[in-house]
Design a protein. Sequence first.
Length: 336
Amino acid sequence: MHDELTEVAQHTAAPGRGHLAGVAGDLARPVLVVGSGLPVADLEVLFRDQELTCVAVMDDERGERVGLITRGRFTGAMTGRLGFGRAVLERRPTSDVTDWSALVVAPAASVAEVATRAMERPGERRYDEVLVQGERWGSASAADLVLALVGALAQRSTHDPLTRLHGRPSTWHGLTRRCEMAARTKARVVLVLLDVRDMAQTNARYGQANGDALLAELARRLGGALPPGCEAGRVGGDRFAVLATLPPVDDLRAAAQADALRQQVVTSLLAPSGGIPPSAWPWLHSSVAWSIAGTASPDELIGEAESRLRRTKAAARRADTTIPSTRPAAAPTMGE
């Protein structure tokens, strides 16, 4: 089992991924700290509390050294090989039953990194708690580390790592789900597509890292600007989608409400933000498609929105060749 967990941790710890699982401080629970000179008999009294899973031990002579005593390790020591552990140890100092090789990490250490190091420990200590150093010491269990990794990988399977929005498969799954519900209720499903213009030129001029920062900032702004009930996703390298469901209305009102949503979304993205220079803030193409009452097909919606977006981009190219202009600081969006 530990080999699989190590592989999961290493996958999540790959460059740009570790933050998805959080940091050790997020998982740390307060841990009782005792001195290494505490008699084992007194330590046994502490472990009568069934909620106590471990204690941290501070070396009374070497203050920088910290060890760990888990409930399992303590129980095994008190039992002893021949059953005389308690008689031998009860007057001894706690240091005699302390694991001084415990894994100690900083609160800011990524969960992925900590889990990797935990799984690399010898078999008898692999699932021991991890001590988290700080003004107040804490501990994180192996179970909590694994759950954090599983959650991170679940998020990675549905979300785009750069923008934290839903990825393409998850977005289209959400569209399908909305269409299925709309077909039963005669509601209207709306799909807005946003295309970042000249993203390749932006990357070439400002660098890939700055291009990524631009996309991340657009995604942040987009997520914060959506009306209740809408959701956004990244469905291509420089393309975003917004999904919405409208109540049953006639065709004219559906068209007006769908385009109003498109305009609201693109207007919210006009002004530069997030430290992006105005000269780097992009033009956006946009399109919108909405379903027929009682009949909502995700494939047809995507096809229609893509077709309208192509026509919008083609019209913009024709305009560029006939009307010389300078790029404004807050560029307008073009839509259909």
